[in-house]
Design a protein around this ligand. Structure first.
Ligand code: C2E
Ligand code: MG
Ligand code: MG
Ligand code: MG
Length: 276
């Protein structure tokens, strides 16, 4: 009896694993065609200056509208792309689309500063040909490299120090800027700030949420901000949702912010309206 139950449970697990396998393979296949079927799009979340709330940039975020499943979370889409070796194509699609949108905004609002942030995953950064691809996309779109910010995570930097580091330096040579995304969620070592050629530090939402709630978080964020400033970096608060969080981040000297308090991610067209 017990043996049969055990066998049954085992079979259930196997079936679930097989089902998950099947779904994953299906997603991988569907992602291959998603671009040409118009299922991929980008939304942009405004990045504001803390002192006056003016929009000085926007972060491009991938959206995949699956015909049956609806909105696939960005993190899932990226994970599927990485696992199935499609990240280079997807990443280039994102970059090209975002640069074209930036050029369109720039035409509508010439002389106005608007930085474009684009996320780059760990796998993308491990490809030595990434800087050449970025250079090509920038040239094709006619975008000013100085307006482009590539967001990388600490993981990237830790995984393969030598290779990732070289790519980061090659990217800097192009004149683009680098942001350290989700700062504080990884190993959170302050020494990384000095070791890596980043221009912007993005304080992760988990820290922003703790601001004003517990003294330790406020002390850490304050110290990170001070150090980043001493190193000549800009500090951005991620996922700011409340006035209180905004106030606390401003108090510690944070420069820029993004979050639902200011704006949700929006279409390229809505961003143009917002800029007007
Ligand atoms: P991220 O780069 O840290 O992006 C910020 C995420 O926080 C976005 O989620 C954004 O919609 C969300 N967010 C913004 N403000 C708030 C807020 O006030 N509260 C809360 N709770 N969330 C907020 P999203 O769009 O689901 O993207 C998730 C992650 O997927 C991104 O995190 C990024 O790591 C990755 N990702 C998105 N698009 C791309 C892409 O084109 N390429 C790559 N490589 N990764 C991407
Ligand atoms: Mg980001
Ligand atoms: Mg982030
Ligand atoms: Mg994040």
């Amino acid at each position: 009896q017990a043996k049969r139950q055990g066998g049954g449970a085992h079979q259930t697990i196997d079936l679930r694993a097989a089902e998950e396998d099947h779904q994953r393979n299906a997603l991988e296949q569907e992602l291959r065609a998603a671009g040409s079927r118009g299922q991929l799009s980008l939304v942009y979340q405004p990045i504001v200056r803390m002192v006056d709330g003016s929009v000085v940039g926007a972060e491009a975020l991938l959206r995949w509208t699956h015909p049956d499943q609806g909105a696939v979370p960005a993190a899932t889409a990226i994970a599927v792309a990485e696992r199935s070796g499609q990240i280079t194509q997807v990443g280039e699609w994102v970059l090209a689309r975002a640069c074209r949108d930036w050029v369109a905004w720039h035409r509508r609002h010439p002389g106005r500063r608007l930085d474009l942030s684009v996320n780059v995953s760990a796998r993308q950064l491990m490809a030595p040909q990434l800087p050449a691809a970025v250079a090509r996309v920038l040239a094709t779109a006619g975008m000013d490299p100085a307006a482009l910010v590539l967001e990388v995570t600490e993981g990237v930097i830790l995984e393969d120090n030598g290779r990732g580091m070289r790519v980061l330096h090659d990217l800097k040579t192009l004149g683009v800027r680098l942001a350290l995304d989700d700062f504080g969620t990884g190993y959170c070592s302050l020494s990384y700030l000095q070791r890596f050629p980043v221009d912007i530090v993005k304080i992760d939402q988990t820290f922003v949420v703790g601001m004003g709630q517990d003294a330790v978080t406020s002390t850490i964020v304050s110290a990170v901000t001070r150090l980043a400033h001493e190193l000549g970096m800009t500090v951005t608060a991620e996922g700011v949702e409340t006035e209180a969080q905004c106030h606390e981040m401003r108090e510690v000297g944070c420069d820029l912010a993004q979050g639902y308090l200011f704006a949700h991610p929006m279409s390229a067209r809505d961003l143009v309206v917002r800029l007007a």
